[in-house]
Design a protein around this ligand. Sequence first.
Ligand SMILES: [Zn+2]
Length: 598
Amino acid sequence: MFASLMFLSAAVTMDSHLPPLKPWQGESVTLMQEKGPLTTDFELSGGMRSPNYEDTMAFVDRLVAANPTQFKVQTIATSSAGRKIKMLVANEQGLFDAAQLTSDAKPTIFIQAGIHSGEIDGKDAMFMLLRDIATGKRRDILSKVNILFIPILNVDGHERSSQFNRINQRGPVEMGFRTNGLNLNLNRDYTKLDTPEVRGVLKVINTFKPDLYVDVHVTDGADYQYDVTYGYNPVFSSESPSVSEALDTMFKPIIDAKLTKMGHIPGPLVFVMDKRDFKKGLAGWVATPRYSNGWGDLRSLPSILVENHSLKPYKQRVLGTYVFLDGAIDALAKNNQALQAAVKKEREFKPTQLVVERSYATEPDTLVFKGIKYTRSKSELSGQAEVAYLGEEESYDALPIYWQKIVKKTVNVPSAFYIPPAYSAIISKLKLHGVEVLRVKDTGPKSLTQASVKDYTFANVPFEGRFRVEASFDYKSITDVDVTGWYKVSTNQPYSELATHLLHPEAPDSFFAWGEFNTIFQRTEYMENYALIPYAKQMLQEQPELALEFDQKVREDKAFAKDPEARLNWLYKRSPFYDQAYLQYPILMAFEQPSMEQ
Ligand SMILES: [Zn+2]
């Protein structure tokens, strides 16, 4: 509190450390109103401020009060600190229940603001758009689509408000913090589902079945001319290429034309290979399943990640978001049937192999890019060459871009996964993911494949509160497994690709990699030498081949011969007393044609 009071007078000039800016006056400023009903806090502050949680929720209530036949608010989750996460549902005829809404012929757009609560542009943009619907200025919108809108997803982070939360961002004057009340990044939680916030989002998606999902952010990184950048996994590395193609050919042209007409510069979603030398090129990122849009890609849910440019002023970004969303709504209304056909095609596609890890191409593609001039000179502070952006335009005809085109790891997709009933937490998470899980009735013994951990490394620092594990595996066939009472996840279902990413232990976003199965790394029963030695003697007498193997090992492996513990362990491991579950991944896989290679 003290800090924010002390620096209040500096609020307007808080960006003097940022690269120079060209004045902007786009056509979209005409969207703002200075007075009249439902003027937003953003507008009242001249595009400088965003309201706090309490005022935000009060404004949601005012919107609903102004248009109760078309707007309704509901709570989708409660944050760990106890704040309600609210969602506004908008429908022309007042069909607010999920069952009613999903049977409505109009498509549904789901707009999510403030997953990173400092990047809050979506909230203030949607408040203006909803106001324009409520006051009748944009009556057309609800004749085209239904709207689901979360004004703040990360409600706890939103109230950790400060002028000092994002050093690279121009406004609002005070903004929320990136992570939630437990310092978890919600946009890394789409597979492990540790947070009530993201669990709430998945429930919305499963019940309301939106046709388009938009997650609004603000960038970090380089300076360039674009103010609104957005993207989705590109066709060549998407798990739902037909959906990406539909977004490319049917959505992008409409959205870009609208943004351009209203004075914005739409651009591609890009990251920089070398932050200290822009010309080296761009990194064409592919979202993995832990991100909203990577998860959406696996579910064949058309998902757009909006990243407004952090160096552009708040007012410009919010107005750009309004225009973007207006364009996305327009494109959805015009192309919903084609988009649905693409979704259906992708959900019916059943791969036998799945790429679970990619890396950047060594040879770049190129793209035309609207950049900003910069110099590089040695910084006294860092002691190395650093970039200074000059605020002047510099366009590139062929800027290198390195897409994640190289396939690093592929896994075979089993026909089904079998999960022991003790892993009820995994079953619950799968259901939250919308994955179909069936209890196995008596089916008789089966031949299944088990993954055994060969080598493993635990991360030595936590990531998202978890100690992740990397492992390699051996695969073996086991016969006569009775899985009665277990849970079966067939890959002959719409979300088979997501299920495989979650359940295959070699997938980097699997429950296994996130540490959900760390107890298999523990040995919890031990032997006493006085008990093992007589038992092992008898075992070797009864199994002469084993005795030969032991003798040979003692003869040939000097270190082994000299290590009493290793010798006894070798014997213990071959006895039936040894824990058969140690280092065994408990989820079994069925392959139509038993396949051992991975
Ligand atoms: Zn973000």
